[in-house]
Design a protein around this ligand. Structure first.
Ligand SMILES: NC(=O)c1ccc[n+]([C@@H]2O[C@H](COP(=O)([O-])OP(=O)(O)OC[C@H]3O[C@@H](n4cnc5c(N)ncnc54)[C@H](O)[C@@H]3O)[C@@H](O)[C@H]2O)c1
Length: 337
């Protein structure tokens, strides 16, 4: 039987997840939607045979026809909605960030710990990207020696002229590298520094772009992350890990390359949806499969919390110009692999 999903927040990514559950993936259906924008919720439900709308997130979570909850509302709403799903004993997929502050993430963890049952998966979709998975398998299986360095780049063609702040380059963009570095290296990040190079003339007013974020892992590996959100030419995510006896890097993602007139070219993705579309598909398919099997896999509340704590340190480093230690408490045994 299909996992019956209730979706809270049917904006851009909520609608995209509904499309994949109903048109791309197997084993799931969308039975209920909720949005503070009731008209939008109604429009989305109208395109979903058998689905109904709820006036509140709480009513959706309580719905007997909802087996599992997908939270794709704005970050500040996540805590209340995820905690309510936990209280109802329903598996919940929460888009990143788990919550905007580490204190709120801690409260979500506390609620989950109190149930004694893992219910929360956080939407760090890069862990489902074929390239990053191959990179991790290489690190784990091939024997390149200890990882020493990682070079990352996270380039967006542009960001909106209004409303996108320099802090968001850390909290919205770099948070993906923060999670993927923790996952690839299998260890925590212990310090962050931020460098502010020459500013591009293409950045919206007031935006310090690009930034270089430096992350130090517990074993002493150093990660440099170039964040450049006004890069114009396309959406380009790069990663290379330098180990003692070799390196492993993400390959270019162009399906074909063209050689003509003494030139060589390939395709650069248009945006993050284009680049990571298959990762989102795999992420949600594995969530549906886990829910159907009565298990919970993927990034945990602890991962959401740890990413928030590192983000806080990186923001402090951005504001002070100082290397900032990450003060992460001991991971509860409950979240051990
Ligand atoms: N994993 C990723 O790469 C990725 C990519 C994009 C967005 N996101 C995350 O997904 C979430 C949504 O982003 P988006 O781009 O779809 O935003 P959006 O603004 O397009 O959509 C958010 C929707 O949530 C609704 N909403 C807000 N507060 C609500 C509440 N309290 N209850 C019910 N509905 C509420 C809004 O009305 C809106 O329709 C954010 O947390 C964002 O960070 C993750």
């Amino acid at each position: 039987m299909d996992v019956r999903v209730g979706v809270i927040g049917v904006g851009m990514i909520g609608q995209d997840h509904i499309r994949r559950i109903t048109q791309v993936l197997t084993g799931g259906s969308v039975t209920a939607v909720n949005d503070v924008d009731a008209a939008r919720a109604g429009q989305v439900a109208a395109g979903l045979p058998g689905a109904h709308t709820h006036d509140t997130a709480a009513a959706l979570i309580a719905d007997d026809e909802v087996d599992a909850v997908l939270v794709a509302s704005w970050g500040p709403a996540h805590e209340e909605q995820v905690v309510a799903a936990i209280a109802a004993g329903k598996p919940v997929f929460c888009e990143k960030p788990l919550a905007p502050s580490s204190a709120a993430c801690q409260r979500i963890m506390d609620a989950e710990l109190a149930t004694g049952r893992r219910l929360v998966q956080v939407g760090f979709m890069r862990r489902y990207d074929a390239g990053y998975r191959a990179m991790k398998a290489t690190l784990d299986d091939v024997g390149l020696g200890a990882p020493l360095l990682m070079h990352c780049a996270h380039r967006n063609p542009s960001v909106p002229d209004y409303g996108f702040t320099t802090d968001m380059i850390i909290s919205d963009s770099a948070v993906h590298e923060i999670d993927i570095v923790r996952w690839l290296f299998g260890e925590e990040i212990v310090a962050a520094s931020v460098l502010t190079p020459r500013r591009t003339s293409h950045a919206p007013d007031g935006l310090q772009d690009p930034l270089i974020l430096l992350l130090e892992t517990a074993s002493g590996a150093l990660v440099d992350d170039e964040l450049f959100v006004s890069a114009r030419y396309g959406y380009d995510v790069r990663g290379e890990i330098v180990c003692e006896t070799g390196t492993v890097a993400l390959a270019d993602v162009s399906e074909v390359t063209v050689r003509t007139a003494n030139r060589y070219s390939g395709r650069v993705p248009v945006d993050w949806r284009d680049r990571f579309i298959r990762a989102y598909d795999t992420e949600l398919q594995e969530w549906l499969d886990a829910v159907a099997a009565g298990t919970c896999t993927g990034p945990t509340s602890w991962d959401g919390f740890a990413a928030a704590v590192v983000t806080d340190a990186a923001l402090e480093a951005l504001h002070t110009g100082q290397r900032t230690a990450v003060s992460l408490p001991e991971r509860p045994e409950f979240y051990a692999k």
